[in-house]
Design a binder for this molecule. Structure first.
Ligand SMILES: [Mg+2]
Length: 148
């Protein structure tokens, strides 16, 4: 079976971490883009087609929660998985209330990350499919309901 790669944007100020994670995700067939700050992430989302953002919460400048807020405002269909440190479960909960799909505690277990990535991708695909169907229905109605 041919796997359709998930287009992932990795956002973290820790370069080594991003590079390592990018390598491992590329190895399992995902398509990876990286950003080192919240602003860079938003700029990237403007230009690139992304399915899921893996977003570090603790970053200098625009932090993860602020970035998440902007992502959900500007790109509501993009799913976000947050990366949090120990003791920031509260932030994780806040993020999920703001529309994040889930969170991972750093250092994240790779298999766990893959599972959550798959879940996020699935949610995005399903939502897009619902929108596509609703749009098709709208089109039929606008064309005078010839099929009804
Ligand atoms: Mg960080």
């Amino acid at each position: 079976m041919i796997k359709i790669p998930t287009k992932v944007l990795l956002v973290d100020d820790e370069k080594d971490f991003i590079e390592m994670l990018s390598l491992r995700l590329t190895e399992v067939g995902e398509k990876i883009t990286v950003a080192y700050s919240g602003q860079e992430a938003l700029d990237t989302l403007e230009k690139a087609d992304i399915d899921v953002v893996i977003l570090d919460i603790k970053m200098p400048g625009m932090d993860g929660i602020e970035t998440l807020r902007e992502i959900k405002k500007q790109f509501p269909l993009v799913e976000v998985i947050m990366l949090t440190g120990h003791g920031s479960t509260e932030t994780a909960v806040e993020g999920m209330k703001l529309g994040a799909f889930d969170y991972l505690m750093k250092p994240a277990d790779f298999d766990d990350l893959l599972l959550k990535l798959e879940g996020a991708r699935k949610r995005k695909d399903e939502q897009q499919e619902r929108i596509r169907k609703a749009e098709a229905k709208l089109l039929v109605r606008k064309s005078g309901g010839i099929f009804s």
